[in-house]
Design a protein around this ligand. Structure first.
Ligand code: AMP
Length: 507
């Protein structure tokens, strides 16, 4: 089988040949096996054609060797990979299938009953991916770096998520900066416990490992004790996660017997680096993790649209509460409302420029145009530079929440809740929380004579919203606080959640 390719991940995998690329619940797989399997997937997708020419291929596959074989297969056939978020509801998946105009859908056998009707309704060719791995391999197209490679869905200030399109060149740039900054090596071994529909798991963990000839151990999903077991019994050298995962790992460590705790703490000494990102890391979490593991977590800042932009140093002082300095090849600046760079010590919006910045929001030229100013991507995050390092102060928009590392749109949740038969009005806000970063809190005004409680609201909403988007706090009000223009004052709503105790209205 010939695996000649201009795609750098594929070309590099050829050099790594017999090394172990992926370890999952099914076993260990080499780079050669990954090349062969992805070539089979590509051939099956092509069905005799020469190039998929950027057709979108959506896939719903459990993290593991097959996930990577499918992603690489789509790329090698010239398609655009659309990894579907595994915990999504039917309407959320249907939205992504419709928005991308996907022509092919690959799924795990377990997901077939959920996805097959959606594919049929949209005339999408649906294939169980297991079939694709055993086939003949044909000549594959030459895919160049400027072509579109992937679409990841991200929530923002609009009520529906937007598809972030990255090219092969963007992805390579996102990988290279991290490989250089964090000194990835072929003898590294990383544990994946993050979902694979987000930049953190896809780029920072899986792609950086496979670029470097390292090994990626993949858990199907996060589970505290399974992660501790791999740290304890395995040969992991790197670990990367969101702050909520560190909080859960701290909880599991604290629940263990003293002897076991000591053994787990000792095992952390085998790792060379532990990274936190995708949401603000509380200094208290950082300090507790240091006591438990001996590691000062390296905190970094990034976003689906840009990959990673700022990072504390691999060597040298990591400053608690800071996200360090720009990564190699990434330009970062802070600007005021007019787009003028601000002086050190003055807060400003983070803007980013460079080859790792995404190409466009899929099918949304206006949103793409609005997201850039003079070639710089406007992140919507505010930061300040103090003593030469960046500190994130928060988001420019109160409509974007971060819960458990997931970015969610308050507007999307409000639109769903408004459809509930008992709800007259609603406002969704984020309430600070030590474990989740923010909790999703819904303030409702009910229709006359109606009542509602949190469990029934959640049970109703889970048909439409992924579990992490469901409100976990509820306040029923007579009216929502509004300003003179009639606009709901979200900071006032958030303050109500902070001040009320656990009275009747809060569940
Ligand atoms: P996503 O596109 O889902 O990765 O979300 C990106 C957003 O997560 C950024 O715009 C920030 O608001 C937030 N974020 C990422 N890393 C950090 C960090 N280290 N500290 C605070 N917020 C962060």
């Amino acid at each position: 089988m010939s695996h000649k390719s201009h795609l750098p991940l594929i070309a590099r995998a050829l050099q790594h040949g017999g090394r172990t690329a992926v370890v999952d619940t099914q076993g260990a797989f080499t780079y050669s096996e990954l090349l062969d399997a992805s070539s089979c997937v590509a051939t099956a997708l092509l069905l005799g054609r020469q190039d998929l020419e950027e057709e979108r291929v959506a896939f719903f596959v459990t993290p593991g060797f097959r996930w990577v074989a499918v992603q690489w297969g789509i790329w090698r056939a010239g398609g655009v990979a659309v990894p579907l978020p595994v915990d999504s509801t039917r309407p959320e998946l249907d939205y992504i299938l419709g928005d991308t105009g996907a022509s092919i859908l690959l799924s795990d056998a377990e997901a077939e009953s959920l996805l097959a009707p959606l594919a049929a309704a949209r005339n999408i060719r649906a294939l169980p991916h297991e079939q694709l791995l055993a086939c003949q391999s044909a000549e594959l197209p030459d895919v160049t770096s400027e072509r579109r490679a992937m679409i990841l869905y991200t929530s923002g200030t609009t009520n529906r998520p937007k598809g972030v399109v990255t090219t092969h060149g963007n992805i390579a740039a996102q990988i290279v900066t991290l490989v250089e900054a964090w000194e990835w090596r072929a003898d590294d071994r990383i544990l994946l416990c993050l979902p694979l529909h987000h930049v953190h798991g896809i780029i920072n963990v899986v792609s950086c490992a496979l670029w470097s000839g390292a090994t990626c151990e993949m858990l199907p999903r996060f589970e505290s004790n399974a992660v501790w077991e791999r740290i304890y019994g395995g040969r992991i050298t790197l670990f990367m996660a969101v702050p909520t995962i560190y909080v859960k790992l701290i909880g599991a460590w604290e629940a263990a017997q003293p002897e076991r705790r000591a053994a787990l703490s000792r095992a952390c000494g085998k790792l060379r680096l532990m990274v936190s990102g995708s949401a603000a890391l509380l200094v208290s979490t950082l300090e507790r993790w240091k006591e438990i593991s001996g590691h000062a977590l390296l905190e970094r800042y990034g976003m689906t649209e840009i990959g990673m932009a700022l990072s504390n140093p691999l060597h040298g002082m990591r400053i608690p509460g800071s996200v360090g300095t720009p990564l190699p090849g990434v330009e970062v600046r802070l600007v005021d409302e007019q787009g003028k760079p601000v002086a050190p010590g003055t807060p400003g919006e983070i803007e980013v420029r460079g080859p790792s910045v995404f190409a466009e929001y899929w099918g949304k030229p206006d949103a793409t145009r609005d997201a850039f100013r003079d070639g710089w991507f406007c992140t919507g995050d505010t930061a300040v530079v103090e003593n030469g390092v960046y500190r994130i102060l928060g988001r420019t928009s109160i409509e974007i929440l971060k819960t458990g590392g997931h970015k969610v749109s308050a507007l999307e949740i409000e639109e769903t809740l408004r459809a509930h038969p008992a709800v007259a009005e609603c406002a969704v806000v984020g309430v600070p929380d030590a474990e989740w970063g923010e909790r999703i809190a819904a303030a409702l005004v009910l229709k006359t004579g109606r009542a509602i409680d949190l469990p029934s609201l959640r049970a109703w909403a889970k048909e439409f919203l992924a579990p992490y988007k469901l409100p976990s706090r509820l306040l029923v009000l007579d009216t929502l606080p509004r300003n003179a223009m009639g606009k709901v004052m979200k900071p006032a709503v958030a303050a109500m959640f902070q001040t009320v105790g656990s009275g009747d209205s809060v569940v």
